[in-house]
Unconditional design. Structure first.
Length: 224
């Protein structure tokens, strides 16, 4: 699975000067995943904001209706990150640059066109500006509604339960389309980060101040 994720830096309300957020810097992540078995996969990716590498593994533990007849899907996501951006006077190999991420992904297909997602998640060292950085415990909430063939509305909200939090809890809403082995997602969000330790603490923009930015994801599956 090849993934390209893109978050534009400027908020949309900046207007024509930055082409409503599209003309300017962005955070970009390129990731490549490989399925070891039907239920176990690994991935490695690099994002540009802090030159961070992220390595992760995912295990699909429970399948809705198939594992003991349970009414949900459950997966475990475990990963680690390493920030390689150089900072004057500080070592790259220091504890604050090392991240640990864990997520329990719970989902349920309510009806054919509607699914819900609940993700308790933790990430360490989520405040990169502090030498003694704390972690973040958050709860991801998401939904997907398919309204026409391969087209869907997607939405997420990630409130911080404990630990470091940015300006506001993370959120996003957008459109998803599937075509020929590709999945395209286009949305507005207040978040800028792409790795777990970046998006769990929340977003940098506040919706009450009419602040949000454009973002998109592209997923491409390959079979061998």
């Amino acid at each position: 699975l090849f993934r390209v994720s893109h978050r534009f830096f400027f908020p949309i309300k900046e207007g024509y000067e930055v082409y409503w957020g599209l003309n300017g810097p962005a955070d970009v992540l390129l990731s490549l995943g490989f399925g070891i078995t039907k239920d176990v996969s690994i991935s490695i990716g690099h994002e540009t904001l802090s030159h961070q590498w992220e390595i992760a593994g995912k295990w699909n533990m429970i399948h809705q209706g198939g594992t003991l007849g349970l009414p949900l899907n459950a997966a475990l996501f475990i990963g680690g990150g390493w920030v390689t951006q150089e900072v004057p006077g500080k070592e790259t190999f220091r504890s604050e640059n090392m991240k640990f991420n864990a997520q329990l992904i719970l989902s349920r297909q309510i009806v054919d066109d509607l699914s819900l997602l609940l993700v308790p998640a933790y990430s360490s060292n989520t405040n990169p500006l502090e030498d003694d950085s704390e972690g973040t415990l958050a709860l991801g909430i998401g939904t997907k509604y398919t309204f026409y063939k391969q087209h869907s509305i997607i939405a997420e909200y990630i409130p911080v339960l404990n630990g470091y939090e940015q300006a506001a809890s993370g959120w996003g809403i957008g459109w998803e389309a599937k075509a020929g082995g590709h999945v395209f997602q286009v949305f507005i969000t207040n978040n800028l980060g792409l790795t777990a330790d970046q998006y769990l603490p929340g977003g940098t923009l506040k919706i009450e101040e009419n602040e949000y930015r454009f973002g998109f994801n592209i997923f491409r599956s390959f079979w061998f």
